[in-house]
Every structure is written in C-alpha cells, then in structure tokens.
Design a protein around this ligand. Structure first.
Ligand code: FMN
Ligand code: FE2
Ligand code: FE2
Length: 394
C-alpha cells in the first residue's frame, strides 16, 4: 500500500499481512494482522517509527522510496514483527541513527546482532526535535516486553504506542471503526497484554496524562477517537469482572459433555452467562478473550492416563500463563477408575488468585447424584456472582 497521511507530514506505512494465520507459533489470526510503521517528517529531520516483520521488508522499502530519507529510526520494541527489518534498513540507510531505550539497545544486539555504535539511547521523558515536530519518548514497560517505549508527537498529539492498544486486524481502513475493531483488540489484549494487567493500567494512566488526538499502534488501524480503546483497556485491565462462566471442555465418549450440558443449563437457569469452548476445535484467542471478563472458569475434562485430557491440560497451562483476573475455578468431568485430574488442573492454574470450588467428578456416565452435584455447583457460582454486572453492558 502507498503511504497514507494521518496528519500533515505524518504517514502510516508498513505492511498489511492479510493472509497470515498464526502468530508466535501459537496465536490464531482469523483476520490476519498488520505491521505498522510510521514516518514523521519534520522541518529539519525525518524519523521512521518502527519497521516491519522481515517477511514484509520489500513493502516497507518500496514505501521509503517515495518518502524523504529518515535520519532516525525509533525502535519501540525489539520483537521481530517490528524490528526484524532493522538490519536491512541499516544497510539501506548507512547514516541512520537507531533511537531506543537502553534495554532495547542490548536486546537489539542480542536478537538482531545490530552494530552497537549506531544507537542513540533515550530515557523516559526525553525529547528529540525534528524541527517543527517534537518526539517525546515514554517508557511503557511490559506492553509488550520490558524494553518497550511509546512515542508522543507533541505538535500533532499522536501517540505511537507499538503493541500497546494494537489489534491483529488486516484492514484497508486507516482509522478504526468501533464495530469492526473491538473484538480483535480485545483478543489482542487477552493474548499479549493480560499477563501484565497491573502494568497495563499504569501505562494507560501514564500516557493519558498527555492530550492524545490519535493513537497509532503497530498492529491494526489507527484510532482517531482514542477514548474508544483507552476506555476499553481500562475495563479489560481493571474494570469489574462479569457474571460469566468460561467453560472450556473436552470429551472422548460424551460423558463429560452430558455434565457440561447440564451445568450450562443449570447456570443459565440461575442467570449466569456461559461461554463454552470445545477444546478440540477452540480458537485460543476466543478462549483468552473470555478469560478477560469471566469471573469463574470451569474446566470440563475426562480422566485419561491418570490425569486430565492433554487438551484440558494445555488450556489450563495457557490460562495460567495469561493470568486472568478470574476469581473462582473448578473442574467437572468423568473418569473410569481413578487419577489425579483435579490436582493436576489445580496445580496447572497455580498462578491464578482463584478460590477453587468443589469439583464434580462422575464415575462413567453421570447419574442423578452427579447432576444434583452440578446443580449445587451452579447454585454456588450464582451466589458468588450475585453482585457482578452482566456479560454485556455496564
Ligand atoms: C485413552 C484413555 C485413557 C484413560 N485413562 C484413564 C485413567 O487413567 N483413569 C481413569 O479414571 N479413567 C481413564 N479412562 C476412562 C475415562 O476417564 C472414562 O471412559 C470417562 O467416562 C470418559 O469420559 P468422556 O466420555 O467424557 O470422554 C481412560 C479412557 C481412555 C479412552
Ligand atoms: Fe510484541
Ligand atoms: Fe507486535
């Protein structure tokens, strides 16, 4: 795509990766992604903000052909989807200076073997004048890695936020449409930002001390109404959990499914919303999104080879790594003779600050007593959720 102007002399460049379907060898990309770079042309100097995934270098190079040669490249974040083209850029522009945090400097040397002589290290609050445009660098650690910074373009009130506020969304839209972007932005938050929710909140408060007219992230469209994504982030990272049970499950011969079906109906009957995920076909991003707001997680799994089904173990492992703010958890499922299924799931969720509710395990196909235990579990969950806001709305 050709460079697109956001405000005079500030351009969105980079690449839309329409066809990519997996990120970090883990994260599904149902709508592709983009690697946004930006060019800020000041009266005296020009800065390139980030580069692109190395697979898209030729697209960025073609755009740079049409623009003034950059004097600086600001590297917000060392992950290769934004910095992977830096070695090619440095070869193409021998005079360019790499502007980044001290942590990023050492990481660029480690990850990309960049020549250490080409850096200008900046600290939190430092500014760089391009003439009539001024870049102020803000330390925003853990959105996504510890070295990450954001850049505020003072005169035009543009916040270049890198992964922070991003979305894996391939689109021809320059500016975000509320109906189109929020699902993807929430998935992205869940997959990338949720493990660092307290730092995310600090960074949201930090950057919003500045007047922001545009948020220009490194994935997905630009926000010309920054409140949309800022308010969403405040809700996802720090707002109330919802009256929702997230229910990932797997079954081999349908006994666990009978239990999950019964529990779903019993919860709905008691006014508790259920978000169910068959782990055979699950899109991990949808499961992660559900974990952003669900107050309770119930893992449904049969016992297999002495423990949970591997798909349930995997889901629990991922949930544990993503550190949702979930308050309650338990396990339901069927077994044949015995095993450590509950202990194993409880152990796998060890990082979560959850209260474990009594599990429900049925020997073989569930009987009346098992269904009664599921009703009791639903009752307990409904009581625990009594004061929570509904799944949708305030
Ligand atoms: C491959 C395999 C391994 C199993 N290993 C165990 C086990 O270690 N302990 C146990 O109690 N049951 C074990 N079972 C029995 C299942 O837990 C039991 O059949 C259960 O009802 C299956 O639930 P489902 O219908 O939801 O798949 C195993 C079943 C299979 C197919
Ligand atoms: Fe990243
Ligand atoms: Fe990224």
């Amino acid at each position: 795509m050709k460079p697109r102007q956001i405000v005079p002399n500030v351009y969105l460049i980079g690449a839309v990766d329409w066809d990519r379907r997996l990120f970090d060898a883990l994260i599904p990309l149902p709508r592709g992604t983009s690697y946004n770079a930006y060019l800020v042309q000041g009266g005296e100097k020009t800065a390139l903000i980030d580069t692109v995934d190395p697979s898209k270098w030729t697209e960025l190079a073609a755009q740079l052909d049409e623009l003034p040669a950059p004097d600086y490249v600001v590297v917000h974040h060392v992950e290769q989807d934004h910095s992977g083209s830096l070695p090619m850029l440095l070869e193409r522009c021998p005079g360019i200076t790499v502007v980044c945090s001290e942590k990023a400097r050492t990481m660029l040397v480690d990850h990309l073997h960049v020549d250490g002589a080409r850096f200008q290290v900046v600290a939190d609050g430092d500014s760089l004048s391009l003439g009539d445009k001024t870049l102020t660098f803000l330390s925003t650690p853990w959105v996504h890695w510890p070295e990450t910074i954001s850049t505020y373009l003072v005169e035009d009130k543009v916040l270049f936020s890198c992964d922070f506020f991003g979305s894996h969304l391939a689109t021809s839209d320059l500016f975000a449409d509320e109906g189109d972007v929020l699902d993807g932005a929430k998935r992205y938050y869940a997959e990338i930002m949720m493990p660092f929710a307290p730092q995310v909140m600090k960074n949201v408060e930090k950057v919003t001390q500045y007047q922001i007219a545009f948020i220009a992230p490194s994935h997905g469209p630009v926000y010309d109404d920054p409140r949309l994504i800022v308010d969403a982030y405040r809700d996802w990272a720090g707002g109330p959990l919802r009256n929702v049970v997230c229910l990932p499950y797997v079954t081999m011969h349908d006994s666990t499914r009978l239990m999950v079906d019964h529990l779903t109906a019993a919860l709905v009957e008691r006014g508790v919303a259920v978000e169910r995920f068959d782990l055979v076909t699950v899109d991990l991003g949808e499961l992660a999104s559900s974990l952003v707001h669900a107050a309770t997680v119930v893992v449904g799994t049969p016992t297999i080879l002495g423990g949970p089904h591997p798909l349930a173990s995997h889901a629990a492992f991922v949930a544990n790594a993503l550190r949702p703010r979930t308050k309650h958890a338990t396990v339901v499922g069927s077994y044949g003779w015995g095993g450590k299924t509950v202990d194993s799931i409880v152990g796998a969720l060890g990082k979560l600050k959850v209260e474990f509710l009594p599990p429900v395990l049925a020997k073989g196909m569930p009987r009346d007593a098992d269904y009664a235990a599921l009703d009791a579990l639903a009752e307990t969950i409904a009581e625990k959720h009594a004061d929570l806001p509904p799944r949708h709305g305030a």
